[in-house]
Design a protein around this ligand. Structure first.
Ligand code: PEP
Ligand code: MN
Length: 342
């Protein structure tokens, strides 16, 4: 980190600031120029509040030269992380991450009934999905909308897992519900909870894989800092998910940031999954975006599928029918063949 001081900074101010920074465990390299004095801060600067520093009277500007995320940083872990998801009945593991391990996650926005989840699970499994998604606790904008089947929804997902052999992913909204997630294979942290730091800390205490979705208005660095919260607690099993960010565009529900894939792959070793369903909000856009994401190097896709989208209790407009999903899976498979040969 570099702090450029104002040209009128006095020696006393520089000495006081240096002592303050050294008190925080940093080495301070002072470089005095004709106009400006520059302090080079060496050591773990992740503890330093750059805005606080920049706000000091004698400081002109502050620039980070190293990222504040350490555990998630590819610089300190050059190889791709491969997250292992246990298959039911001790049938080994599914891997996600690295160039070879791509997974298709599919299922309804919300678990609605035994018939619905079982029929969707069976059809997406038959067309190549490897992990079943389904919301039990739903973060709805309106309190009057369907809130999910909650604990009963998780029970139904576990039943579908038993029948199909697919691991399951479902969203947690409250750390108090963690006991209900014992047999859930991947815990989703939704976009709205990406910065629920107390929840992230609790998830850091377990070794369960976490699907961490990017918030509606969060930068990639903020996403990585949220991953860092979980990793700081000891849980390194994190899958990042880009699900569209809010922009001025209104034809789509959100704007899919496809450049997040190569950028995150540069910045971090953690796998990156794309959710084209929430990104677009329009079912017919899911196929082209899914193909583009696979082409850009995503490690997986999470896609909403419903047996009766028109009557879905949540997110019907963006949900594919099982037949449409089968086509998308086939196209994505073809793109993957090209990507892995390239
Ligand atoms: C979901 O996956 O159903 C969901 C609510 O996702 P997001 O948090 O990305 O909106
Ligand atoms: Mn949804």
């Amino acid at each position: 980190m570099i702090a450029v001081l104002k040209h009128n900074a006095t020696n006393e101010q520089i000495e006081n600031l240096t002592a303050w920074l050294e008190g925080r465990g940093l080495k301070v390299h002072i470089s005095r120029g004709d106009l400006y004095t520059i302090l080079g801060l060496i050591g773990d600067t992740s503890q330093i509040d750059t805005e606080l520093l920049e706000g000091l009277e004698m400081v002109d500007s502050v620039k980070r030269v190293s990222e504040p995320f350490k555990s998630a940083n590819r610089k300190f872990h050059p190889a791709d992380s491969v997250i292992e998801i246990p298959l039911p009945d001790s049938k080994g593991v599914l891997k996600i991450g690295g160039d070879e391990n791509f997974q298709m996650i599919a299922g309804p926005c919300s678990v609605e009934s035994p018939e619905q989840i079982l029929s969707i699970a069976e059809s997406v499994s038959a067309s190549g999905a490897t992990i079943l998604r389904g919301g039990a606790f739903k973060p709805r904008t309106s309190p009057y909308d369907f809130q999910g089947l909650r604990a009963d929804g998780i029970e139904l997902l576990l039943e579908a897992k038993k029948r199909t052999g697919m691991p399951i992913v479902t969203e947690i909204m409250n750390a108090n519900h963690l006991d209900l997630f014992d047999e859930v294979d991947i815990i989703q942290v939704g976009a709205r909870n990406m910065q629920n730091f107390e929840l992230l800390k609790e998830l850091g205490k377990r070794q369960k894989p976490i699907l961490l979705k990017r918030g509606l208005a969060n930068t990639l660095q903020e996403l990585l800092m949220s991953a860092e919260y979980i990793m700081a607690g000891g849980n390194h099993n994190i899958i990042l998910c880009e699900r569209g960010i809010r922009t001025f565009e209104t034809y789509t529900r959100n704007t899919l940031d496809l450049s997040a894939i190569p950028m995150l792959r540069e910045l971090t070793h953690l796998p990156v999954v794309i959710d084209p369903s929430h990104a677009c909000g329009v079912a017919r856009l899911v196929q082209p975006m899914a193909m583009a994401a696979a082409a850009a190097g995503a490690h997986g896709l999470i896609i909403e599928v419903h047996n009766d989208p028109v009557n879905a209790l949540c997110d019907g407009a963006q949900s594919l029918t099982p037949e449409q999903f089968a086509k998308v899976a086939e196209k994505v498979q073809k793109i993957r063949e090209v990507v892995t040969q390239a």
